[in-house]
Design a protein around this ligand. Structure first.
Ligand code: DMJ
Length: 672
């Protein structure tokens, strides 16, 4: 355009001057007028007067002019955008636009440099006007569309709207999923030999009948939870609604589903297992703002998920176990590496129970992580899990132990023992259990664990185990320098532990430990048999003429605990003495008679009352442990053989890792 303008300049000044009103010093032609300028005249038009320009001069002139005009237009187009906006802001919208002139005289574009600016401005203003118009049109159209959509929405039913919202939500979720590549895939590791995970049908019809009855009880417990408490941690079988305790924080993590999975699998309840798996796939999310017990979550959730993985081979269980384990790791961020009792799954902030002696962590809690954490390192290749639990073991090994006993309380800040209270029941129990099971799970290569177990049991036998006047062997509790002659229901698990640890015990004391196991089983059976309901109390005394009975009202309850039945099962496996099946059956019948309600199974508040009241809780460990041990008691030994499986403290079976052939990341090669 301006190139034309300049060529006209060179040949026809008349036309230029005749058309548009111009400043005499401006315009393409204006350059001719500038010849009065001494410098410019000399430089640009040295021989402009008296002769016409030579072609090459014209060409150079043309080149310079076109460069200049290009520069002007370029400058205009590269003006920052907000200059246009400022025009609106400054209320320039209504100002007279030179574009009127422009539309009348198309030649305006032929103006001089100044006019080029003016023309540029004119065009800019025109463009701005056009943009304003199109912006207005757009806004108008948008409004109309929004109005139309709103009208359509109002015409739609609630269901249709909800469906639309759901579709939108799903789309967002899908997009998020696409963007988030998800957790890193785990390295492939060989599946340990998994044997005897199904069947176990007993050849004797009466035993099979009992086993079927236990299976039916499991179905009643599961179906009731499915119907009334699905997704909640536990069930209130009388109120017929969900239930939870502070060990799970304020979460709804479906504890009963995770805890029950392997029992369902072992019992061949595969439809129910699939149902649970689906819930886990779709709902189990650990990014919740809940302060949970590290110990409980480890034994119930990580143990449960790992067992479900090994039994079924379904990857989802392994992935969920690993996701959860990562959430527990911040609990180990203490000055000593002894973990806090609780951790917030979202923030990773940890703390201890307010009731624990001097801010201490609990032996049975930080000492019951080993089995699951070793498996986590095995499955993930991440040495952190193994290192955390080995660090705990090393720290404990260095500490002085009063009378060779481990106190239940240890301060994670100072690394010092709290109150000197030792027990094989609550607060201490599964620490000893896991020392033995660490050895068994390592295919008996972890001799350090075995030695620690043997030493601990020797001290316990010397200081805590006694015979009552009536000849009952019991395990008391060491409190402030003296022995309390009271045994908790929880300590009854030790009968099974002694039997399980008999093989491999030092100085050929296998027979002795098997006998000790049998004596504890007998004592615990007595604690059941001496009640009205034939169910055991929470704690029982051997004092002042009392033998295996509870004294205090708040120790008379039975909350569907498994420990006594657990010991019957181990004793049955090692001795095949029929009395263990007989005792187990008595307990099963009593549970079915006194704890069964239409909405599931409930604990009872007083086992010495013929008319007990219910506590209205179906504990998740009833499905994980009590019913599983009962079922195994009436199954043949080839179901879950003890050479291949080690049960965690929540009865979740984990396979033996043949550590003679495998070296865990972060560990030394194992030696037998
Ligand atoms: C279970 O959760 C575990 O066995 C734990 O070790 C202690 N006892 C409860 C059930 O009684």
């Amino acid at each position: 355009m301006c190139f034309d303008c300049n060529s006209e300049l060179l040949g026809s000044t008349e036309r230029l001057s005749g058309g548009t009103r111009r400043d005499s010093t401006s315009g393409c032609k204006g350059h001719a007028a500038k010849d009065t300028h001494p410098v410019a005249g000399r430089l640009l038009f040295p021989r402009i007067t008296g002769r016409t320009l030579r072609l090459s001069e014209k060409f150079i002139l043309l080149l310079i002019l076109s460069a200049f005009i290009t520069l002007c237009f370029g400058a205009f187009f590269f003006l920052p955008d907000n200059s246009k906006h400022k025009r609106f802001d400054l209320g320039l919208e209504g100002r007279a636009h030179p574009s009127h002139r422009h539309t009348q005289g198309g030649e305006a574009c032929l103006g001089t440099g100044d006019h080029t600016w003016t023309g540029g401005d004119t065009m800019s203003t025109d463009t701005g006007k056009d943009q304003e118009e199109s912006l207005r049109d757009k806004i108008r159209a948008d409004h109309e569309r929004a109005l139309q959509e709103a009208k359509e929405k109002l015409r739609k039913s609630r269901e249709e709207l909800q469906a639309e919202i759901q579709t939108e939500k799903n789309k967002v979720m899908e997009d998020l999923k696409k963007k988030d590549p998800g957790p890193k895939p785990l390295p492939p590791v060989p599946m340990p030999k998994v044997v005897g995970v199904s069947d176990g049908e007993p050849p004797e019809p009466d035993v099979k009948e009992k086993r079927d009855k236990i299976r039916e009880m499991m179905k009643h417990a599961w179906d009731s939870y499915r119907q009334y408490g699905w997704g909640h941690n536990e069930l209130k079988p009388l109120a017929k609604k969900g239930h939870s305790t502070n060990i799970f924080g304020n979460s709804q993590l479906g504890a009963s589903i995770v805890d029950a999975l392997d029992t369902l699998y072992i019992m061949g309840l595969h439809e129910e297992f699939k149902d649970g798996q689906e819930w886990i796939e779709q709902n189990l999310d650990f990014g919740v703002n809940a302060e949970v017990s590290v110990f409980e979550v480890n034994i119930r959730f990580i143990g449960g998920l790992l067992a479900a993985y090994y039994l079924s081979g379904q990857e989802v269980f392994k992935l969920k176990a690993v996701q959860l384990a990562e959430k527990l790791l911040p609990a180990f961020n203490t000055p000593t590496g002894i973990p806090w009792a609780m951790v917030n799954l979202k923030s990773g902030v940890g703390r201890n129970w307010g009731w624990a002696s001097a801010g201490s962590s609990i032996l049975a809690e930080f000492g019951t992580l080993h089995m699951e954490f070793v498996h986590l390192t095995y499955l993930t290749g991440n040495p952190a899990y193994y290192q955390k639990v080995m660090h705990i073991r090393k720290l404990l090994a260095k500490m002085d132990r009063p009378n060779g006993l481990y106190p239940n309380y240890l301060n994670p800040r100072t690394g010092r023992w709290g109150q000197h209270h030792t027990s094989v029941g609550g607060l201490g129990d599964s620490f000893y259990e896991y020392l033995l099971k660490a050895w068994l799970m390592s295919d008996k290569t972890d001799s350090e664990a075995r030695k620690t177990y043997d030493d601990a049991i020797e001290a316990i036998e010397r200081h805590l185990i006694r015979k009552s006047n009536g000849g009952l062997t019991f395990i008391g509790e060491w409190k402030n320098g003296h022995l309390e002659r009271k045994m908790g229901h929880l300590a009854c698990f030790a009968g099974g532990m002694f039997a399980l640890g008999a093989d491999g015990s030092p100085d050929d004391k296998a027979g002795h430990y098997l006998q000790l196991g049998a004596e504890i089983a007998h004592t615990c059976h007595e604690s059941y048999d001496r009640t009205v309901l034939k169910l055991g109390p929470e704690a029982f005394k051997f004092d002042s003429g009392l033998e295996a009975v509870a004294v205090r009202q708040n120790e008379k309850y039975y909350i569907l605990r498994p420990e006594v039945i657990e010991t019957y099962w181990y004793m049955w496996r090692f001795t095949h003495d029929p009395k263990y099946r007989q005792w187990g059956w008595e307990a099963a019948q009593a549970i079915d008679k006194y704890c069964r309600v239409s909405g599931g199974f409930s604990g009872v508040k007083d086992v010495y009352s013929s008319n007990p009241t219910y506590d209205d809780v179906q504990q998740s460990f009833f499905l994980a442990e009590t019913l599983k041990y009962l079922y195994l008691l009436f199954s043949s030994d080839d179901l879950m053989p003890l050479e291949s499986w080690v049960f965690n403290t929540e009865a979740h079976p984990l396979p033996v890792l043949h550590l003679g052939n495998i070296t865990l990341p972060g560990s030394e090669p194992a030696q037998r």
